[in-house]
Design a protein around this ligand. Sequence first.
Ligand code: HEM
Ligand SMILES: *[C@@H]1O[C@H](CO)[C@@H](O)[C@H](O)[C@H]1NC(C)=O
Ligand SMILES: *[C@@H]1O[C@H](CO)[C@@H](O)[C@H](O)[C@H]1NC(C)=O
Length: 317
Amino acid sequence: MACNHRPPCLLAFFFFAAIASAQLSSTFYSTSCPLAIQTIRQAVRAAVAKEARMGASLLRLHFHDCFVNGCDGSVLLDDTPSFTGEKTAVPNNNSLRGFDVIDNIKSQVEAVCKQVVSCADILAVAARESVAALGGPPWTVQLGRRDATTASLDAANTEIPSPKSDLDDLISAYSKKGLSTTDMVALSGAHTIGQARCISFRDRIYNETSIDSSLATSRQSNCPSSGGGDDNLSPLDAVTCTLFDNFYFRNLVKKKGLLHSDQQLFGGGSTDSLVTTYSTNTARFFSDFAAAMVKMGNISPLTGTDGEVRLNCRKTN
Ligand code: HEM
Ligand SMILES: *[C@@H]1O[C@H](CO)[C@@H](O)[C@H](O)[C@H]1NC(C)=O
Ligand SMILES: *[C@@H]1O[C@H](CO)[C@@H](O)[C@H](O)[C@H]1NC(C)=O
């Protein structure tokens, strides 16, 4: 009889239950909300058609969600007088955007299936659809995350890598999340789209020597060394910023990384050869990026009966 020895059997039960509950699945909504994915896809396409940069902003939301206590929708929670969320953390304040687009997607998803699809999963699907809409690689998105009822300003300030980071800081920030150096370099290719504020790269364009001088000069024109302009925007990838390709890596080998942290990936360190590979091999970059997005999306999800499915992504139920 299988359960003669009760304690080991119970242990085995909890062991497998724990594994099963931590498991996401690509078919999670196929019976409970078969229209979920296409609803999100259409809304992302419309938002990106209206403003290409929104694809970048939605991708970044998923990253900033996953690096702070896992992919649990915590980044979306608004501050209230009695609740402090993550939105005013240094990497997020005056920088993260797309919350209104997520609200719009959530209300469309609620209209087809009430309280079935989590905000954390909406972020994961929106990130995938954003990359697709801008010409990047596809991947099978894993689903079944539930939404947190908590958030952590402190973790948002410490776990999300800073643009001042050196290579060893970047490697260890990803390693803490179970992501490899290859994942880190591939994911950084997201900086082929979107924009950054002057405050994020001012020191680099005025004070660093590892930067192409024509890039420094051109970025200085919209980013004064002092006296304001902190929020002035520049494209992260030096030219297009709305096409998801390997342009970021081609820039790095020319010292045209905009952020200090970007250029850390090329210029004498252990990741130079991988950057060189991606700079000439878009297919390699795409497949590594797609694999790393799946891994990032698997960071400590809430599953089973943990957390909740929020009705409104900005507040707990
Ligand atoms: C390697 C460590 C990383 C650092 C230090 C970093 C830092 C930054 C900074 C400073 C900005 C500009 C923010 C601003 O000035 O307002 C930015 C923008 C962006 N980041 Fe990262 N990032 C990193 C990794 C990632 C990853 C893994 C992704 C996604 C997979 C990502 C996606 C983006 C996107 C798409 C933008 C542009 C957003 C927009 O235009 O709204 N980043 N990042
Ligand atoms: C966030 O940005 C707002 C608006 O610029 C500013 O008033 C506030 O002090 C910032 N908060 C933090 C914590 O930096
Ligand atoms: C450049 O570096 C100097 C010396 O560390 C510093 O005082 C100055 O503020 C920096 N300039 C910019 C624009 O960051």
